[in-house]
Design a binder for this molecule. Structure first.
Ligand code: N2P
Length: 342
């Protein structure tokens, strides 16, 4: 009899403990690789008594495809500027309730009211950066200053290109002297042909270029500024250049998808990210710029004004934002499919 009681109590205890663990709320983030540090994740988990899971995508188009295919379960997503406008148009984003995000006021006005979400009803900025070329100065000399270097046969199989249709078609468009946002079919055709011509030289199309640079798999990469910056920590001879023909700049945003299961928690997370000391951790980890000026006080000197993050004025003037080309997107889709299929 006594044994039976003990058995029953054990079962009840297991159920109870199991249940309270099962009840822990989960915040599901869908983001770029190398964007949410363990530090940020665990800080939120501890303070709010929840679990945070991070899943990654490699491009804005990947994110869109998954959301359009009905992916649910994500509470936080991190699209770039032009993709924010596309997601708004597709009615896939939840409006943010500013009352739940008091730290919104910490954001610099420089990063608010942009074309992709003029009232910031759906997005807050996470980081900003550029695309360019990272190269190992111990191997590549003279220092490249043009996209042309990515078509130079002597670097066959030694470099990677972003696995990103807008960025990579964009690099070819820029080399040809066109806009990143061209809506001229002949210009897209010319960029496509340029990329097909380049393809035999490319070691890999990969958006997480810092991994290739750090491993020494490539000595040059079409990549984003923060990823190049991160690679320099392991390989100090790595440099980053924004080609003279111009390139792209971006703001990556934080949004809540319409289908988010935990909206209130997602808003708490956004507010948490906007605390100056937490926001500083974003820059310290990703090596992209902070949109919260008071975060700079928590950053080491070298991250406050670094040229990888803050290019000089004449370089800034050569940058374009990627924009939603509307129905013309299918020309980009098709050109990219053809390049990848070759
Ligand atoms: C970080 C990727 C940066 C995203 N690994 C560029 N929008």
């Amino acid at each position: 009899m006594r044994n039976r009681y003990i058995f029953l109590i054990l079962i009840l205890l297991t159920l109870f403990i199991g249940d309270s663990v099962g009840q822990k709320k989960q915040l599901n983030i869908f983001s770029w690789a190398g964007y949410v540090s363990d530090d940020i994740r665990q800080g939120f988990e501890k303070e709010f008594g929840v679990t945070v899971l991070v899943d990654t995508f490699a491009s804005n188009e990947d994110l869109l495809t998954k959301l359009m295919a009905g992916a649910t379960g994500y509470d936080i997503i991190m699209p770039s500027d032009y993709m924010v406008s596309i997601l708004i148009k597709q009615n896939l984003l939840e409006e943010l309730n500013r009352d739940n995000i008091p730290n919104f006021e910490n954001i610099s006005p420089l990063f608010l009211g942009k074309y992709f979400d003029p009232e910031n009803q759906y997005s807050i900025p996470y980081t900003f950066g550029t695309a360019g070329i990272a190269y190992d100065s111990a191997v590549i000399s003279p220092a490249p200053d043009s996209w042309e270097v990515l078509w130079d046969k002597q670097y066959k199989n030694q470099f990677s290109m972003l696995d990103d249709q807008r960025e990579t078609i964009g690099a070819a468009l820029k080399l040809l002297g066109y806009s990143l946002n061209s809506t001229e079919p002949e210009e897209i055709e010319a960029a496509k042909n340029k990329l097909i011509e380049q393809k035999p030289l490319v070691k890999q199309y990969k958006s997480e270029a810092e991994e290739l640079l750090i491993a020494g798999d490539v000595v040059m990469a079409h990549c984003w500024s923060g990823d190049a910056f991160r690679a320099t920590e392991t390989r100090p001879t790595i440099r980053y250049v924004i080609p003279k023909e111009g390139s792209s700049q971006f703001i990556d945003a934080v949004c809540i998808p319409k289908s988010a299961p935990h909206k209130a928690l997602a808003e708490q997370f956004i507010d948490y990210l906007l605390r100056p000391e937490v926001n500083a951790k974003i820059t310290a980890f990703t090596k992209y710029g902070t949109c919260v000026p008071t975060a700079k006080a928590f950053l080491p000197e070298n991250l406050r004004e670094h040229k990888f993050i803050y290019p000089p004025k004449e370089v800034l003037e050569s940058l374009e934002w990627l924009r939603d080309p509307g129905d013309f997107t299918r020309h980009y889709d098709r050109a990219w499919e053809e390049v990848k299929a070759k």
